[in-house]
Design a protein. Structure first.
Length: 139
């Protein structure tokens, strides 16, 4: 049990399929796949387009602008490493391009978050392999 040091937060796992996503995050670029057959964007990363089943895609940069689609305010952390941050917001945001992504809303009080709230991406460099995209209100 860790007493004198802060407990590490769980981090996303990096796989062959999602490695490009995390590599772009390290560069502070929010990118998702775009199918070269049907031109639709998709996330999470996968070798096959979920819309037309094509195996051909490219990584395209998103604007970083979004709105809150849905959210919850976490008052009691489910993992001890997040206990000091409670209350915090876990949200599904919808980018201008139509991608939904689960993230945290930061930079405001949890009670100030609302559905359709305009937000923009900010990047949290956690370590040399992981940068997390989080979102803050647009001023």
């Amino acid at each position: 049990m860790m007493r004198n040091q802060e407990m590490s937060k769980p981090l996303p796992g990096i796989s062959e399929e999602n490695k490009p996503f995390w590599d772009y995050m390290k560069q502070h670029e929010f990118r998702v796949q775009k199918c070269l057959e049907c031109s639709k964007l998709f996330y999470p990363p996968t070798p096959m387009c979920p819309h037309c089943m094509s195996m051909e895609s490219e990584w395209v940069k998103l604007s970083g602008k979004a709105k809150v689609y849905s959210f919850v305010i976490v008052h009691q952390a489910r993992h001890p490493a997040f206990a000091r941050e409670a209350p915090y917001v876990v949200a599904i945001i919808e980018t201008e391009e139509g991608i939904r992504y689960t993230t945290n809303i930061i930079g405001c009080k949890p009670e100030d978050v609302f559905v359709d709230m305009p937000v923009e991406v900010v990047y949290e460099d956690v370590n040399d392999k992981i940068t997390l995209p989080k979102f803050k209100p647009v001023n």
